[in-house]
Design a protein around this ligand. Structure first.
Ligand code: FAD
Ligand code: NAD
Length: 467
C-alpha cells in the first residue's frame, strides 16, 4: 500500500496527527503495536489515572467531608474490584472512541510493530509473526515513552512497580513507598492515600513537583501532609529489596544518615524515557540522544531525514498529552504546506491531586534567573465565596506580570478545579493580556475563576476586593 502519511504509534500525538492528516485529504495509515489505540495516555496514563483519582476522591470525600455537609453514611468500604472494573470500562470507552474516529476519517489502522526498512518503507511485524510492508511519502514517529528507573533498582512489577502496575493493584497497599515526588508519584500516591494507604514520598530534590513554581510545591506538600502523606525531601534512594510481600527501601538523608522504610509496595516514579526500541532508526541513519534517548528534530519537527517527522514524548519538551496532540496537528499541517505554530511557553502543566495544581508561563524562579522585572499578585481560595461554599479553601492563585507593561508572564494555581481554571490564563496570555485586562473582564459569581481576577487585581496595583 502507498500512503501519503504513515504514523507509527497511536498515542495522543499519533492519533491526532493521523486524524488531522486525513482531514487535510492525505491518505493515512497508523500503526500501533498494542491491541488498542490511544497509547500511554488512554491505556496506562492520563485516562486510567484520572478514573482512579475520581473514584478515590469520592471515597475520601464520603469518609472525610460528607459529615460536615450533613450527610451521614454508615459502613463505608472500598470495593477495589469494582473500582478497577470501572477504570477498565472508562479506558475501553476512550480507546474504542479512537477506533471509531479512525473509521470515520478513513484512516487505515495496522496492528503490529512498525520499523523502518528505508525512509519510505515501514515493515509491520504482526502478533502471529507475519510481516507486512507499506510505503509512505511522509512518516511520523509517535512512539512515545516508557517508565525510566534507577540503575540499581530491579522493577519486579509485583512489589517494586511502575505507574502501569500501580493502575491495576487488586488491594489497597498498607504502606506505599514512592520514589519520586513528581506528577506520577503524587497523583497515584493520592489515589492510594485517599483509599487508606500510608504513603511515604522520597524525593531527591528540595521540593516536590520541583520543576513548577516553588510556591506550588510548598503549598501542595502542606496540604498532602494534612491528608496523611509523609515526605523525605533532599533524600537519595540507594536501594530497594523484596522479601516475600515486604519491600525495604534504603536511602541517605542530607546529612549522610542511612535510613530505611519498609512497605508492601514501592512505586518508582522518577520520570519517563523516550521509546524507540525496534523502530529501525539505524536503517535510515538516525540516532537518538545519549541521555533521554530522544529523537532530534528541527523547528518543523522534521528529523534530519527529509519527510520523516517525530512528535510527542519521543522528542524534546514536556511529556504531556496535549503537547503531543499539538505537535501532531503541526506536522500534519506542515506536510500540506501550511505554516502552523506552537507557543511552547504557553503549554499548561497540571497535577491532578486535590487540590489540583496548574500553571502556565514563567515561574518566579525563571523570571529571577532571566533578570526580568516582575510584579506578583496572589489571592487565597479561603477568601473565595465559591471555595468557602464547597469547602475547598486550600491554595491560591498567583499571577506574575511584567513590572513595566503589566503583561501576564506566568499564572500558578493550586486549588479547586485549577486544571480547568488554567485555560483562562492560557487564553489571556495567548492574546498577551495584561493583568488589568483580566481584572476588567466580568467573571461569573460565585465561581473559582473569580480568584484569578482577584489575583490579577493584586498584581496590577495591589487592589484585590475580597482580601
Ligand atoms: P504515547 O502515548 O506513549 O504513545 C505511543 C504509542 O506508540 C504507544 O501506544 C506504543 O505502543 C506505540 N508504539 C511504540 N513503538 C511502536 C512501534 N515500533 N510500532 C508501533 N507502535 C509503537 N499527560 C497529560 O497531559 N495529562 C495527564 O493527566 C497525564 N497523566 C499521565 C499519567 C500517567 C500514569 C502517565 C504514565 C502519563 C501521563 N501523562 C499525562 C503523559 C502522557 O500520557 C504522555 O505525554 C502522552 O501519552 C504522550 O503521547 P505520545 O503520543 O507521544 O506517546
Ligand atoms: P517527573 O519528572 O514529574 O518526576 C520525577 C521526580 O522524581 C522528580 O521530582 C525528581 O526530582 C525525582 N527523582 C528523580 N530521581 C530520583 C531519585 N533517584 N530519588 C528520588 N527522587 C528522584 O516524572 P514522573 O512523575 O515519573 O512523570 C513522568 C512524566 O509523565 C512527566 O514528564 C509528566 O509530564 C508526565 N505525566 C504528566 C501528568 C499530568 O500531566 N498530570 C501525570 C502523570 C505523568
Amino acid at each position: 500500500m502507498q500512503y501519503d502519511v504513515i504514523v507509527i504509534g497511536s498515542g495522543p500525538g499519533g492519533y491526532v496527527a493521523a486524524i488531522r492528516c486525513a482531514q487535510l485529504g492525505l491518505k493515512t495509515a497508523c500503526i500501533e503495536k498494542y491491541a488498542t489505540y490511544g497509547g500511554t495516555c488512554l491505556n496506562v496514563g492520563c485516562i486510567p489515572s484520572k478514573a482512579l483519582l475520581d473514584s478515590s476522591e469520592h471515597y475520601y470525600n464520603a469518609s472525610h467531608a460528607f459529615k460536615t455537609h450533613g450527610i451521614n453514611l454508615d459502613n463505608l468500604s472500598v470495593d477495589m474490584a469494582q473500582m478497577m472494573k470501572r477504570k477498565t470500562e472508562v479506558v475501553a470507552k476512550n480507546t474504542s472512541g479512537i477506533s471509531f474516529l479512525f473509521k470515520k476519517n478513513k484512516i487505515d489502522g495496522f496492528q503490529g510493530i512498525g520499523s523502518f526498512k528505508d525512509k519510505n518503507t515501514i515493515s509491520i511485524k504482526k502478533a502471529d509473526g507475519s510481516i507486512e510492508e507499506i510505503t509512505g511519502k511522509n512518516i511520523i514517529i509517535a512512539t512515545g515513552s516508557k517508565p525510566s528507573s534507577l540503575p540499581f533498582l530491579k522493577i519486579d512489577k509485583k512489589r517494586i512497580i511502575t505507574s502501569t502496575e500501580a493502575l491495576t493493584l487488586t488491594e489497597v497497599p498498607k504502606h506505599l513507598i514512592l520514589i519520586g515526588g513528581g506528577v506520577i508519584g503524587l497523583e497515584l500516591g493520592s489515589v492510594y492515600s485517599r483509599l487508606g494507604a500510608k504513603v511515604s514520598v522520597i524525593e531527591f530534590m528540595d521540593s516536590i513537583i520541583p520543576t513548577m513554581d516553588r510556591g506550588l510545591g510548598k503549598e501542595l506538600q502542606k496540604v498532602l501532609q494534612k491528608q496523611g502523606m509523609e515526605f523525605y525531601l533532599n533524600h537519595k534512594v540507594t536501594g530497594a529489596t523484596v522479601k516475600g510481600k515486604e519491600v525495604t527501601v534504603t536511602f541517605d538523608a542530607p546529612n549522610g544518615d542511612k535510613k530505611e522504610l519498609k512497605g508492601d509496595y514501592c512505586l518508582v516514579a522518577v520520570g519517563r524515557i523516550a521509546y524507540t526500541d525496534g523502530l529501525g532508526l539505524e536503517n535510515i541513519g538516525l540516532t537518538v540522544e545519549e541521555r533521554g534517548r530522544k529523537v532530534t528534530v528541527n523547528d518543523h519537527l522534521e528529523t534530519s531525514v527529509k519527510g520523516v517527522y517525530a512528535i510527542g514524548d519521543v522528542i524534546t519538551g514536556a511529556m504531556l498529552a496535549h503537547k503531543a496532540e499539538d505537535e501532531g496537528t503541526l506536522v500534519a499541517e506542515s506536510i500540506v504546506g501550511q505554516k502552523p505554530h506552537i507557543n511552547y511557553n504557553l503549554i499548561p502543566g497540571v497535577v491532578y491531586t486535590w487540590p489540583e495544581v496548574a500553571a502556565v508561563g514563567q515561574t518566579e524562579e525563571q523570571l529571577k534567573a532571566a533578570g526580568v522585572k516582575y510584579k506578583s499578585g496572589s489571592f487565597p481560595f479561603r477568601a473565595s465565596g465559591r471555595a468557602v461554599a464547597s469547602g475547598d479553601m486550600d491554595g491560591f492563585v498567583k499571577v506574575l506580570a511584567d513590572a513595566d507593561t503589566d503583561e501576564i508572564l506566568g499564572v500558578h494555581i493550586i486549588g479547586p478545579r485549577a486544571a480547568d481554571m488554567i485555560a483562562e490564563a492560557v487564553c489571556a496570555m495567548e492574546f498577551r493580556a495584561s493583568a488589568e485586562d483580566v481584572s476588567r473582564m466580568s467573571h461569573a459569581h460565585p465561581t473559582y475563576t473569580e480568584a484569578f481576577r482577584e489575583a490579577c487585581l493584586a498584581a496590577t496595583d495591589n487592589r484585590p476586593i475580597h482580601i
